[in-house]
Design a protein around this ligand. Structure first.
Ligand code: G3P
Length: 213
């Protein structure tokens, strides 16, 4: 399963990329609003820092606006994937950008039908938001199971990019299902790295070493 970092923080991307953990990055307007600086400069820098796919989201709501923005975003790097919302205009933009060999990630997916239609439009990735489904009493992980089964049945070639990840268990569950990729916020990646027994064990080793005369 590819691991993408769900952030617009250059510092976090560098930190985890130095560990060799990052296959790509996903950003969105909310994540960019948390960072200081020009959002377009940030998106360009991220695209240059990472070899793998970097999803950059359009702001326009009509397909012509999305396509125009997609062309601009694609100039930031060969690895840019244009992120369009799961709307009728988003699907038109997806189809047209895909026809131009510009890959598209359809975001804000909350049902298997939406994922299937995004795949039909040629999306490289679909981004089901599992945490937000859990928040409203639905089962986000079940959605990943459904999409996985449908995509296997029909061999669409679209990849499942699990998004809106809230805890490390979501990551294990997604990997067991065989999701193609997952985008993880830095705080959750940090929780996956750390374990209390690792910290206790390391402290013990270091204090025992000091006892050696
Ligand atoms: O990649 C989508 C993600 O950033 C949304 O996460 O936590 O706002 O639901 P969240």
């Amino acid at each position: 399963m590819k691991i993408f970092l769900d952030t617009a923080s250059i510092k976090s991307i560098k930190f985890y990329n130095d560990m060799g953990l990052i296959d790509g990055v996903t950003t969105n307007p909310s994540l960019l609003s948390k960072e200081k600086g020009n959002p377009h400069s940030i998106m360009k820098s991220i695209s240059n820092m990472i070899d793998g796919d970097v999803s950059l989201e359009v702001i326009g709501t009509t397909y012509s606006e999305m396509i125009k923005e997609g062309h601009t975003l694609k100039l930031y790097g060969d690895n840019v994937v244009v992120k369009c919302p799961m709307t009728p205009d988003g699907l038109i933009a997806c189809k047209k950008l895909t026809n131009e060999n510009i890959p598209v990630n359809i975001t804000l997916i909350f049902s298997a039908n939406q994922a299937m239609l995004a795949a039909k439009s040629g999306a490289k990735y679909v981004s089901p938001f599992i945490g937000r489904l859990d928040d409203v009493g639905n089962d986000g992980i079940n959605l990943i199971n459904e999409i996985k089964q449908i995509f296997q049945n029909y061999d669409y070639g679209t990849q499942i990019l699990v998004a809106s990840v809230r805890h490390p268990i979501h990551v294990i569950q997604s990997a067991k299902i065989g999701a193609d990729a997952i985008t993880i916020p830095p705080i959750i990646l940090d929780k996956m790295i750390k374990h209390n027994l690792t910290s206790i064990g390391l402290n013990n080793f270091l204090s025992d070493w000091k006892k050696i005369k």
